[in-house]
Design a protein around this ligand. Sequence first.
Ligand SMILES: [Zn+2]
Length: 288
Amino acid sequence: MSSEVYRYKVGDIGVTVLSDGFRITTSLDGYILNVEKLELLAALAEAGLPTDHMKNVYTPVLIETGGRRVLIDTGIGESMFEQTKGERGRLLTNLAAAGFDRNAIDAVVISHFHPDHVNGLLMADGTPAFANAEILVPEREWVFWMDDGEMGRASEGRMAELFHNNRRVFDALDRKVTRFAWDSEVAPGVTAVGTPGHSIGHTSFAVSSGTARVFVQGDVNNQSVVFSKNPEWQGGFDHDPVEASATRRRVYAMLAAEKTMLQAYHHPFPGLAQVEQDGTGFRVVPIA
Ligand SMILES: [Zn+2]
């Protein structure tokens, strides 16, 4: 199997981690809001990471549970594959390499409405990528992004662009979605967990079978070193940075105490890890 597909089991549930590729960011200005850039660079250097750029991977997962194939998040979309010369937009390629037909996906569950998670719902020509799948979205996320009043009040730039992108994607699907509430089961053994902050309705998923459990975090923590050690550092890409950092501390304290495995969307592939307490913060220890 290629280095872009990684499989494991959670009890009876099969998990296939699928790379959608990556994005390199060269400007680290504004990445952290409440500490100086020099402190960020020092944290990266201490972890042995480059200080002139950041690599952000995208990592959807396919869950096989109760005879159903359930995809969590969809990557940046096929249309980006050509635009980035195959750097990202790789989900469908890797899905096929893993032996799955996109038309045989039963359900797609979305963690939140940012382009690197929802744009893969569409093919490059704007048709549905998962024609036979039920599309499940967090109720809170849907209500916010589909509210015309909220869209009217959105600030210029990123927020306005996010509203337009979400309307584009879900209008192409005739807004045919199933909305789910936090703490409800979205598939057998897969429970939606409210982890707001990164976005208003940001959602993670607790996957459990028997005594085995993995926590699919979405974007609770977008950089495995920096925000683990310093949960209170506030990311410039979080909708509510204060709430996002409180969520991060709460979730990581729970994962460390319960020794629950973490599956992370933006951590180095395949993003499977244990979380350990480390001083006043945490450490993400890759398992794969
Ligand atoms: Zn993301």
